[in-house]
Ligand binder design. Structure first.
Ligand SMILES: [Zn+2]
Length: 66
């Protein structure tokens, strides 16, 4: 899976707010993910983030939005 800043991804576990969708706001040694449900931002080690992310849904969400 390839990722770019601004991509929307789905994770295995849902955030306590109920959302499973996150926006990637930073990609590097650590990944920063912003919850699309509540706006909460988490920082994850790259390896953890790669395990947690199940799907890059950027294209799917773009079709629905706008
Ligand atoms: Zn949330």
């Amino acid at each position: 899976m390839e990722f770019n800043v601004g991509d929307i991804v789905r994770t295995k576990k849902e955030h306590p707010c109920g959302s499973k969708l996150w926006e990637l706001t930073r990609i590097g040694v650590d990944f920063k993910l912003k919850c699309l449900g509540c706006g909460h931002i988490v920082t994850m080690e790259r390896q953890k983030a790669l395990k947690a992310i199940t799907k890059n849904v950027t294209n799917e969400t773009n079709q629905n939005a706008n």
